[in-house]
Write a protein that binds this ligand. Structure first.
Ligand SMILES: Cc1cc2nc3c(=O)[nH]c(=O)nc-3n(C[C@H](O)[C@H](O)[C@H](O)COP(=O)(O)OP(=O)(O)OC[C@H]3O[C@@H](n4cnc5c(N)ncnc54)[C@H](O)[C@@H]3O)c2cc1C
Length: 540
């Protein structure tokens, strides 16, 4: 027990969910569909209800480094950008409340890879039907959900520079395509689908799943401003609840779980909370005098991310002054033969993006656009570690960008910068480019381009894999394939940390999909894959 803590209790529920983000909100909504089950959702940040600063999608870039952001610095990087910061939302809805709402179905190949990595039951055949359950998509064609809580729609093709980018991409072998239409796009580009309504309101996990039911379900309690400091266990190693700091900071309360505690605090805070609760690498816990409940070396390891570079141009015509979310187009490519997935992706941004280049003296503009290549299946892996045993101290986040021994991530990124420049040389973009601002004319050789990338890269903000699921006998798998924390009872994790590795697309819909399946695992309905989902579709 922590010195000076209050012993007051704050209720008992069937399920206690720690973290009201993409996964947590979806899970709370699904579990509380059954009126006989009680659910308590705890979120450290404030509510987003009625908060236009959060809900107005086009304003999302204001939220970076704002009071809604946990804002994690990275540890000094061996090769990568040591100035980089990981934005993580501290508000109901989590990162789905401050992200850019680019919406991709989880790719079948990625899910099948998960299954091959030991996450049995997570293959495409079992998981894709959950996407139909969560979405309400008016894209034509079979296989789309039409009545799920999360509105997905195509970005309208209004940006003339964006149209020129697509024409230029088509000229170099990336034909214009529509996304989320069934197959994986290996080489192609198109306007994104976004999870947002026509009036520009984001369809975050909170807005889509929770807002419609708040105040209507007596069996669901959502508590904001409650920072969970520890998971509680009994002597049989069964999770019995959590302790959290009261919103008024006057002390701590505990809330008890009759059935299970589910941790949904995201890829940085979930491993931190597990470690603070005695589940993690024994040597690391010993550094802080934390009693070891489970020596689980995978906790905080395997940090995967989509590392992102930048090619930035000054525009020679006025750029758009209105946009759904300013990053409306995606380009996918394969950099070598024989892949079943694109290993390179780029976002097109219709805004200047000098967040990591200005400090190195690269010129900027207020009328520019960019392509941002990212490595979709990066091989570098980093860590999340405790800074101290105080839950208020930020975790140490060390992504170890570009450190994979094969040089894979360097190679794909280099191809990406070169491909972006080739696209820029095409006739369709001639009327749009005044000059390349970054990397600019001084970066010509591979070494010069890589030096620029290592100094200035960003992230697509997709950390994952730090409490990954896998086979029961895999010592580095923190979770079994049913998302149960190995070594204890009554405790699961569902969020981006549970992914064995990232999919090759933006992962938010994948996280929501994982929460949908977790709800069925807890309700005992997930065993039969497709049939399980079909039987619940009528309830949505
Ligand atoms: C700036 C940005 C842009 C992005 N853009 C996109 C995009 O366009 N498309 C896409 O697919 N993905 C995007 N992503 C990624 C995507 O949003 C995340 O992968 C996804 O939201 C992760 O969901 P999660 O449930 O794992 O964690 P989160 O959504 O981060 O939820 C974790 C929640 O737990 C809370 N929490 C943490 N610790 C505690 C604690 N101890 N006690 C109580 N509560 C706690 C947090 O405040 C947070 O609300 C973006 C991410 C960022 C940051």
């Amino acid at each position: 027990m922590t010195d000076g803590e209050s012993k007051s209790t704050a209720g008992e529920f069937d399920y206690v969910i720690a973290g009201g983000g993409s996964a947590g909100c979806a899970l709370a909504a699904r579990l509380s569909e059954d009126p006989s089950v009680t659910v308590c959702l705890l979120e450290a940040g404030p509510s987003d209800v009625g908060d236009r600063a959060i809900l107005e999608l086009s304003q999302w870039m204001h939220l970076l480094d704002s009071g809604y952001d946990w804002d994690y610095p990275v540890e000094p990087q061996e090769k990568g950008n040591s100035f980089m910061r990981h934005a993580r939302a501290k508000v109901l809805g989590g990162c789905s409340s401050h992200n850019s709402c680019i919406a991709f179905w989880p790719p079948a190949e990625a899910l099948d890879d998960w299954e091959a990595m030991g996450a049995s039951g997570w293959g495409a055949r079992d998981i894709l039907p959950y996407v139909s359950r969560l979405e309400s998509n008016d894209a034509p064609g079979d296989g789309h959900g039409r009545s799920g809580p999360v509105r997905l729609r195509d970005v309208p093709p209004n940006d003339p520079c964006g149209r020129a980018v697509l024409d230029a991409a088509a000229a170099v072998g990336l034909p214009t395509v529509a996304f989320n239409r069934g197959g994986t796009v290996l080489n192609g580009a198109g306007w994104f689908q976004i999870n947002a309504s026509e009036d520009g309101t984001r369809m975050s996990s909170s807005h889509a799943y929770l807002h419609p039911i708040l105040g209507t379900r007596p069996n669901l309690e959502v508590r904001t401003g409650c920072w969970v400091s520890e998971i509680l266990f009994d002597e049989q190693q069964t999770a019995t609840g959590v302790r959290y700091q009261r919103p008024d900071l006057t002390g701590y309360d505990t809330v008890s779980a009759r059935r299970e505690v589910v941790v949904t605090a995201g890829a940085i805070d979930t491993p931190k909370l597990l470690m603070l609760s005695g589940i993690g690498p024994a040597e690391h816990l010993a550094e802080f005098g934390i009693p070891v409940r489970v020596d689980s070396p995978g906790v905080g390891s395997n940090l995967d991310d989509h590392v992102e570079g930048l090619v930035f141009w000054e525009a020679s015509q006025p750029m758009v002054t209105e946009s759904t979310q300013w990053w409306e187009i995606g380009l996918f490519a394969t950099t070598r033969e024989g892949l079943n997935h694109p290993d390179l992706m780029m976002h097109y941004g219709s805004v200047p993006f000098d967040m990591n280049t200005l400090r190195w003296g690269y010129p900027t503009t207020d009328n520019g656009f960019c392509l941002t290549p990212n490595v979709t299946q990066g091989r570098s892996r980093g860590t999340v570690r405790l800074r101290s045993r105080d839950f208020r101290d930020r975790a140490k986040v060390d992504p170890r960008y570009f450190t994979d021994s094969e040089g894979h991530d360097d190679r794909v990124m280099l191809s990406g910068v070169k491909l972006a420049r080739t696209i820029a040389e095409q006739k369709a973009l001639r009327g749009w480019i005044a000059r390349e601002l970054a990397p600019g004319p001084d970066a010509v050789t591979d070494a010069e381009i890589l030096d620029y990338i290592h100094k200035t890269h960003n992230t697509v903000y997709h950390p994952a894999g730090t409490a990954r699921m896998g086979a029961v006998d895999d010592p580095m798998a923190v979770l079994d394939p049913e998302l149960r924390v190995k070594g204890v009872r009554g405790l699961r994790v569902v969020d981006a940390s549970a992914m064995p590795k990232l999919p090759h697309v933006n992962p938010n819909v994948t996280v929501m999909t994982m929460a949908e399946r977790c709800a069925d695992l807890l309700r005992g309905r997930a065993g039969s894959g497709l049939r399980a989902v079909e039987s619940t579709l009528s309830e949505v």
